[in-house]
Design a protein around this ligand. Structure first.
Ligand SMILES: Nc1ncnc2c1ncn2[C@@H]1O[C@H](COP(=O)(O)OP(=O)(O)OP(=O)(O)O)[C@@H](O)[C@H]1O
Length: 519
């Protein structure tokens, strides 16, 4: 979830105070739905014009060494402000039920949690660090009852609640920023608890205590695609196409459910034990489609408008993402749709083949400048004609000229007598020449992921060693769940001070969901 970073620089303030603690059986949600998608999530974001001054580079931006692959999340945070006229969201009744808006201060005690098959921190033995993000760490942990291994993502409440220390910001803007961070924190938990797909990480439990939120996820032992790219430099076209197909299946699945992923990058693509790609980190994902409100009504061109506000609800406006992989329309502050994910896939495919994303630079300002001003990226001539065609269709800066993959997923558009130059591709995505070796039926049913191995088979001698993760993380000292010395006390000065804004975060997956994974 590092990419709150593009909306807000997280100021490391010294803070004090803490939240109240109550036992509350009402607090958590238990999933009896076997992972089926059935709920409304978040409302669409309001329209906001973003003047260029909001796209400014952090003064402390440090040069990026282009010869060595670096984590995008380690780049200086980009100071792209939330537009000032961003309206506050009204949480729907469903969201309040899901836990995104609550006034009661509480989290569940271990006793209450256990009664419902839930887990608390005491149930997990930390084994090693797998990764670090903007709001905390991801640890490999072992369930003391079942001895199952999980990846536990820990998010510090203080890091989420903390206010930005910008004199120029109005209270309103600060509150909006805080509310957005909260909304995104819940989005990851809500979205993941409602999905089941072989190429998307599974969420089994979530809970919280005084200081942190915990997401207990499926442990994906093959490491980040980032790690394998660092080892290998670039990948061949067949390998890249395989990963592109798996990512495409996951994105299509999300888009069909009205979710925009918004954070596609090599760090968020993990390989499972069979070498299949699994998307993780849904901290920036957002429900965008209009299927959430019965009062929505259709306008011209298929655009959907909210009956109350009159605003289009299938468009998003927040400026977020990792700049190198971020679609131009997002960076320009224009309204955007799920199509932005296909542009990011183009950047990722480009990166896997060439060794770097299409636009790089010494700091975010330079990268942004290139993405916004430069022409379509130069695709190297040594790539196959098919790959050049595929990349060219995804990397179109103008969204109206970009391949609408969701629309042309498995069918061609009407045949045009004369194709105008630069026109968007209207042929079927799945039958593109680059995917000639992909068995889409097996991939879409999940059979391929179960029955065969991917092009890179991670070496795993012992799952507990996390051998495919960077030693930068796995060698970090780990005595206990004790903290790493960063801010972990809740700020006393937020307007959320007396509310437990995290109520409803706790969750347990259905036993059938757990069994399906661990059998
Ligand atoms: N389910 C998982 N299995 C194995 N490793 C994981 C898992 N989830 C996350 N990780 C590791 O932890 C890292 C950070 O996780 P994640 O991106 O979800 O955290 P984040 O706080 O959102 O990070 P960032 O701020 O960089 O986006 C990942 O890049 C990956 O290396």
């Amino acid at each position: 979830m590092s990419i709150f970073s593009l909306d807000e620089e997280i100021c490391k303030l010294t803070v004090n105070g803490s939240c109240a603690v109550l036992d509350d059986e009402e607090e958590f949600e238990q999933d009896f739905s076997s992972g089926l998608w059935h709920k409304n999530l978040l409302s669409a974001e309001p329209k906001a014009e973003v003047p260029k001054q909001y796209l400014k580079a952090s003064p402390s931006s440090s040069p990026i060494n282009l010869t060595r692959r670096r984590r995008s999340s380690l780049y200086d945070k980009m100071s792209v402000n939330t537009p000032p006229n961003t309206r506050r969201f009204a949480l729907s009744a469903q969201e309040q039920k899901d836990g995104t808006g609550s006034n009661n201060s509480s989290y569940c005690s271990p006793g209450v949690l256990q009664k419902h098959g839930m887990r608390s921190l005491e149930d997990f033995k930390p084994i090693r660090v797998l990764g670090c993000g903007a709001y905390g760490k991801v640890l490999l942990v072992k369930d003391s009852h079942t001895h199952r291994l999980y990846a536990m993502k820990q998010l510090k409440k203080a890091e989420i609640l903390i206010l930005e220390d910008k004199n120029s910001d109005t209270e309103e803007t600060k509150d909006d920023a805080l509310e957005k961070r909260l909304e995104r924190t819940f989005a990851e938990r809500i979205i993941l608890s409602q999905l089941e797909h072989p190429n998307i990480v599974k969420l089994f439990y979530s809970f919280h205590d005084h200081h942190k939120l915990y997401l207990v996820l499926q442990f994906i032992p093959g490491g980040e695609l980032f790690y394998h790219l660092k080892e290998q430099g670039t990948l061949d076209e067949d390998t890249v196409t395989f990963y592109a197909a798996e990512i495409s299946c996951a994105l299509k699945f999300l888009h069909e459910r009205g979710i925009v992923y918004r954070d596609l990058k090599p760090e968020n693509c993990l390989l499972d034990e069979r070498g299949h790609l699994v998307l993780t980190d849904f901290g920036l994902s957002k429900k965008s489609a209009a299927d959430t409100d019965v009062s929505d009504c259709n306008g011209k061109n298929g655009e959907v408008f909210n009956a109350h506000s009159g605003e289009p609800v299938n468009k998003l406006y927040s400026i977020i993402g990792t700049p190198e992989y971020c679609a131009p329309e997002i960076l320009e502050g224009k309204p955007y749709t799920q199509n932005c994910d296909w542009y990011s896939l183009g950047c990722l495919v480009f990166d896997m083949l060439i060794g770097k994303p299409p636009y790089t630079g010494v700091n975010h300002k330079v990268i942004l400048g290139k993405i916004l001003k430069d022409k379509t990226p130069k695709i190297p001539s040594y790539l196959s004609e098919g790959m050049k065609d595929y990349l060219g269709a995804l990397l179109k800066k103008d969204v109206t000229k970009r391949w609408d993959v969701d629309k042309f997923w498995n069918s061609d558009g009407p045949r045009l007598k004369k194709k105008k130059a630069g026109q968007a591709k209207t042929t079927s995505y799945q039958t593109h020449f680059v995917f000639r070796k992909i068995n889409w039926v097996k991939l879409e049913t999940g059979e391929l992921q179960k029955s065969s191995v991917g092009p890179i088979l991670p070496i795993i001698t012992n799952w507990e060693l996390a051998e495919n993760f960077d030693t930068e993380f796995t060698e970090m000292r780990l005595d206990s769940h004790a903290d790493d010395g960063r801010i972990d006390i809740l700020p006393a000065t937020t307007r959320f001070e007396h509310k437990d804004v995290f109520k409803g975060f706790s969750y347990v997956a259905s036993s059938s969901y757990l069994d399906r994974h661990f059998l």
